[in-house]
Design a protein around this ligand. Structure first.
Ligand SMILES: Nc1ncnc2c1ncn2[C@@H]1O[C@H](COP(=O)(O)OP(=O)(O)O)[C@@H](O)[C@H]1O
Ligand SMILES: [Mg+2]
Length: 363
């Protein structure tokens, strides 16, 4: 129950803030050793990152964390994850690249950016970018400062969806990049930097390097939320991206077919491997409503996304119907959330946005 969960979160924060960081006047919470606390049905996961030079005291601090959290009522299991020990994925087999740069070692928050949410999918063409773009606009419509980073280097589509294809980002004197500002959000995509449509062969380490530049060298300024449109799939390349930054949470987009179960499962595993909380599943292209008679036809055997969310006990954030206007607006550069906020897509995105904000503020 959410109330139990928030009580446990508060109690965990309280006991952790009483543990001092040796050699400093502050606690392990204030000094940033505690990176994240995740509570899931009596199971508490504490993500820690110790500063260099604290090797000898790490064991005793870890013991204190475990002992104190275990005494909290309702806590059945305590797991400590050391950020620097997050397993680095093996080589990206598709790219044939040896090893991968940029594992969680050295991962850091982007200055000024409060929350980073990754939007993932098991495969391409399911509406991941449509959701990422419209979710960013839904957050902005709530008055939240929002950015959208198109991390899908293999198929950057957000410039087209936002109608900003012809724009070019400017560099500053500090060699940083200014994001494009449109519809009240800040956005960046490799699509703005490519000269023509010639395919770029991105190898694993190049993708991670580029993403890091986009995260840390773009002038995002103060943002409440940065939405990341990940490349489609849940393989090593995506895992590396997810790992290279401290993410607030992940959203999985899927279609309603039965195979969605497997796609969602893989998405969940990808986020779990990197201890990223799963904010929920969105089912897209759920049924087609006839414009003249209003009858809903299930194009695919419906409900796979919803069933998967239930089965893996992650929140279900809503279903978006298959609608020609959604495709037209995306391809035409005028997102539905902007033109029809109360339409089929808009209302689902607004509700999903509110559920996400609620979960994030409870974290
Ligand atoms: N609910 C929907 N109804 C109709 N068309 C949709 C819907 N969702 C996405 N589309 C269209 O499907 C295509 C693929 O969507 P996109 O968001 O680019 O998917 P992905 O990023 O997963 O590859 C786009 O042309 C988009 O406009
Ligand atoms: Mg896309």
């Amino acid at each position: 129950m959410p109330s139990d969960k928030s009580v446990i979160v508060a109690a965990v924060n309280q006991v952790l803030s009483e543990i001092p960081l040796p050699g400093t006047p502050s606690s392990i919470v204030k000094s940033g050793v505690i990176q994240r606390v995740i509570v899931h049905e009596g199971e508490v996961t504490v993500v820690v990152q110790f500063p260099a030079g604290l090797t000898t005291q790490q064991g005793s601090i870890s013991e204190q964390i475990e002992d104190r959290v275990r005494t909290i009522e309702g806590v059945e299991k305590v797991t400590l994850l050391h950020r620097s020990e997050t397993p680095a994925p093996t080589a990206d087999p598709a790219a044939g690249a040896p090893g991968v740069e940029g594992s969680a070692v050295g991962a850091k928050d982007i200055p000024g950016v409060q929350n980073v949410i990754a939007v993932a999918s098991g495969k391409g063409g399911v509406g991941k970018s449509t959701v990422a773009v419209n979710l960013a606009l839904a957050l902005a419509a709530r008055g939240l400062k929002t950015g959208l980073l198109d991390a899908d280097v293999y198929g950057p589509s957000t410039p087209k969806m936002l109608g900003t294809e012809d724009q070019k980002p400017r560099a500053t004197e500090k060699d940083t990049i200014l994001p494009i500002e449109v519809h009240g959000i800040k956005t960046m995509s490799i699509g703005y930097l490519l000269e023509d449509d010639s395919p770029v062969i991105w190898r694993g380490p190049m993708v991670t390097g580029l993403l890091r530049q986009f995260l840390f060298q773009v002038e995002w300024g103060q943002l409440d939320y940065l939405i990341l449109d990940l490349p489609p799939g849940t393989g090593d390349a995506q895992l590396t991206l997810v790992q290279s930054i401290v993410l607030t949470g992940g959203v999985i987009v899927t279609t309603p077919q039965d195979v969605a179960l497997l796609d969602v499962q893989r998405g969940i595993q990808m986020f779990q491997r990197t201890s990223v909380p799963i904010l929920g599943v969105i089912e897209n292209m759920s049924g087609f409503e006839c414009a003249s008679c209003g009858q809903i036809t299930e194009i695919f055997r419906g409900g796979g996304g919803e069933a998967a969310a239930k089965r893996y006990q992650v929140p279900f954030l809503g279903k978006i119907p298959l609608e020609p206007s959604i495709a037209l607006s995306g391809d035409g550069g005028t997102p539905m959330m902007k033109t029809h906020p109360d339409g089929a897509l808009g209302s689902v995105m607004t509700s999903a946005c509110d559920q996400i904000v609620e979960q994030v503020s409870a974290q």
